[in-house]
Design a protein around this ligand. Structure first.
Ligand code: FAD
Length: 519
């Protein structure tokens, strides 16, 4: 009893010492940060908003949140932390919209940089020197704002994500993939130039011609080498309207064959190609009728989706006022070469803006039902073409039993549109598929618990490992150095070298859990 009492007292003493040391550390960090000359400001009290993300599963409370008004605010804060040396525990996480899934934009007891505070800097659209117009934007800018601004000039970026309320810095740190990627590559293939603040607090401009090692490293670099404060994005003439088409398949092979044929077709028959899996949904086509028109209304009304696994090919063709009839005829001809179930052709025409911002409509609906801010144990995978059919058989035909709690998106892209010099990791084959299993943990729904969804995700990964699918994770999340090494494969050496060059103290993006600050 006596020994236990001594051990307990000793433990309490030790913990108090650690707590005291940490408190001293924090208060000296706070006072040194408070002394920084900034145009913007640091927030120390109400910082909980920076400890959440879209995934809604991880929560790291920062010491402070920086609201920068200029790039020099960001550089001063990072330079200050860099100068404190390896003994300071402070790290820095740039936060875009916080749409990460597993705490990637968070830092425990560090400084979160609220990148949207940089956004009031004006967007600069340069259209005079067409045919290569571009826009200069802040790293904290939302893609939806870029769309609105560039449309005023009849222009728009070429490559998108499905959802536009994400920041430039956030998507460029990953890749930025959507249905235009087969044609233009991901968003990281459509950037001319970046302004970066490195982990030493230096402000550097970079492009393929200037500081190209940094430029390549930052694109798809998971925030490890620097903070993107500005980006020059390639633009193209924007269409006014979009013809948006959906057709259904009963067989994955036929669906994938048509997708692959379309992405490789000369002259690009469509501007956007995606697809999704539908498992065990009732009244599907009736729902579609709210926004799409069936080509054959009677036959479509007789098609039964209940209890089936279906594959929906989703296509879009951009329309301009003067070419509508010709395009409609071309679309008809191309569709006649595909092997979908003929009664399931649905189409509609919407403005370009409505088409690109389509996921926001679902966001508004889900928010109104309290179903947006729920946990999102999403799984995003890049699967080689050579194994996608086996993957589909095992996963869509067996492990996934229902898609009513979130979409399962599947579409192929061409690797030749990705720059292999960047940090982004993909399978090696020329064609690979994005498979995004976007299940929400909706309270009260059957099989809707986070643990069950995570267990199912693990089963998918285990199945893929055993079957030798050779996939790579997109928006990856790993906890050990070995897993990261295996994720990056041949790119790992370069990744580590760049880290030691641009952020040698491992100050930046600790929430990715790739490198740890040596204290
Ligand atoms: P955050 O989550 O805030 O940050 C992501 C990472 O980047 C963090 O590590 C952060 O520290 C770092 N970072 C943020 N800003 C900067 C910066 N300026 N400089 C350097 N590092 C920075 N992705 C696709 O590719 N295609 C899609 O179609 C797609 N659809 C999505 C739909 C929804 C509803 C959601 C929630 C996400 C979707 N995503 C998609 C994923 C999205 O690309 C990532 O969530 C990405 O992280 C962007 O989100 P964010 O701007 O909020 O960045």
């Amino acid at each position: 009893k006596r020994t236990m009492l001594i051990v307990r007292s000793f433990t309490i003493l030790l913990l108090s010492c650690i707590a005291f040391k940490l408190a001293c550390c924090f208060s000296s960090s706070i006072s040194s940060l408070k002394a920084l000359p900034l145009v913007g400001h640091l927030e120390f009290e109400d910082v909980h908003h920076a400890s959440k993300d879209f995934g809604n599963r991880y929560q790291l409370i920062p010491l402070a949140v920086l609201h920068p008004k200029s790039v020099s605010d960001i550089a001063s804060a990072i330079r200050h932390i860099w100068m404190m040396g390896p003994h300071s525990q402070l790290t820095v996480a740039a936060r875009g919209r916080g749409h990460s899934l597993q705490g990637q934009a968070q830092t425990r007891h560090g400084v979160v940089i609220h990148m949207e505070s940089l956004h009031p800097q004006k967007l600069q659209v340069y259209s005079m020197d067409a045919p290569a117009p571009y826009v200069d934007v802040s790293g904290g800018e939302l893609w939806i704002n870029i769309l609105h601004e560039t449309l005023k000039y009849g222009l728009a970026p070429k490559s998108w994500t499905d959802y536009l309320h994400l920041t430039v810095g956030g998507t460029l740190s990953n890749a930025g993939i959507s249905g235009q990627a087969f044609r233009h590559g991901p968003q990281i293939s459509n950037v001319h130039q970046l302004e970066i603040v490195t982990g030493k607090g230096e402000i550097l401009n970079c492009s393929k011609r200037q500081n190209s090692d940094l430029f390549d490293g930052v694109l798809g670099g998971l925030g490890q080498f620097g903070i993107i404060t500005r980006a020059r994005i390639a633009l193209e003439p924007a269409p006014t309207m979009v013809k948006w088409i959906r057709v259904l398949y009963l067989d994955f092979s036929a669906f994938a064959k048509d997708q692959e044929q379309l992405i490789s077709a000369k002259g690009h028959k469509f501007d956007y190609i995606e697809g999704f899996v539908i498992i065990n949904r009732t009244g599907l086509l009736n729902n579609w009728r709210l926004s799409f028109t069936p080509e054959e209304p009677l036959e479509a009304s007789q098609f039964k989706s209940d209890g089936r696994t279906l594959y929906c090919l989703e296509l879009a063709k951009y329309l301009k006022q003067d070419n509508k009839d010709v395009i409609n005829q071309e679309v008809k001809e191309t569709l006649s070469e595909l092997s979908y179930v003929s009664s399931t052709l649905f189409s509609t025409e919407v403005t370009y803006e409505a088409f690109l911002d389509r996921v926001h409509v679902s966001e508004v609906k889900l928010r109104s039902k309290g179903q947006w801010e729920v946990p999102h144990p999403w799984l995003n995978l890049l699967v080689p073409r050579s194994t996608i059919r086996e993957f589909a058989k095992g996963v869509f035909g067996n492990i996934l039993t229902d898609t009513s709690n979130g979409p399962v998106i599947v579409y192929p892209v061409n690797k030749s549109k990705w720059d292999n010099q960047t940090s982004a990791v993909t399978p090696e084959e020329e064609v690979f598929y994005l498979v995004a299993i976007l299940t929400s943990a909706v309270p009260g729904k059957e099989d809707g618990g986070v643990e069950q969804i995570l267990k199912r995700n693990r089963r998918i990964l285990e199945f893929s490992e055993e079957a030798g699918i050779g996939l790579k994770q997109y928006l990856p999340h790993y906890t050990t150095r070995e897993e990261w090494r295996s994720h990056f494969g041949a790119k790992w050496g370069e990744f580590v070298r760049r880290k030691s060059r641009y952020d040698p103290l491992a100050i930046l993006a600790p929430g990715q859990r790739i490198f740890e600050k040596a204290v």
